[in-house]
Write a new protein. Structure first.
Length: 155
């Protein structure tokens, strides 16, 4: 049986998508006796990060027309989606100690860490700045098509 918990309208302008691959090492019980009790895996994570502008946060107070110039204050760019592609992500190698049965949740922990690392990598690479720039470029052309030749984005 399926239950739909929530349905809501979105007004998002997605302006950039990163596809990221990252290798994650997850290990427990490593040290002197890791060959007996340790559990270690290498996880190859493929993920997607999408960022842009939430246009629902843009109101009339963010637009000002003055002497033929349209001044626009956009909401800050944000990450909408940061997720693993489970079709492409996989465990590359797992090494379990002789006396260990392995930690059942180690792959789950690796997947959770991978999702965080993919988000972090996109942020470090400047995804939010690029999303903001792409939004301004797109909306500049949009406003020009509406007849506003002079558009200035206010920071």
């Amino acid at each position: 049986m399926t239950y739909i918990n929530e349905v809501r309208a979105l007004a998002r302008l997605e302006t950039i998508q990163y596809s990221i691959e990252k290798v994650i090492t997850a290990e427990i019980g490593q040290g002197t006796f890791d060959f007996l009790f340790g559990d270690r895996l290498l996880f190859v994570a493929h993920g997607v990060v999408i960022a842009g502008i939430d246009m629902e946060k843009l109101g009339p107070e963010h637009l000002r027309l003055e002497n033929g110039v349209l001044y626009v204050t956009l909401p800050p760019a944000e990450i909408f989606i940061a997720t693993l592609d489970n079709q492409k992500s996989y465990v590359y190698d797992r090494d379990t100690g002789f006396l260990s049965q392995g930690v059942q949740d180690l792959e789950t922990l690796a997947r959770q860490t991978a999702e965080d690392e993919i988000r972090k990598a996109a942020l470090e690479d400047g995804i939010l700045q690029q999303a903001q720039t792409n939004a301004e470029n797109y909306l500049f052309r949009f406003f020009q098509a509406l007849g506003y030749d002079n558009v200035i984005f206010v920071k």
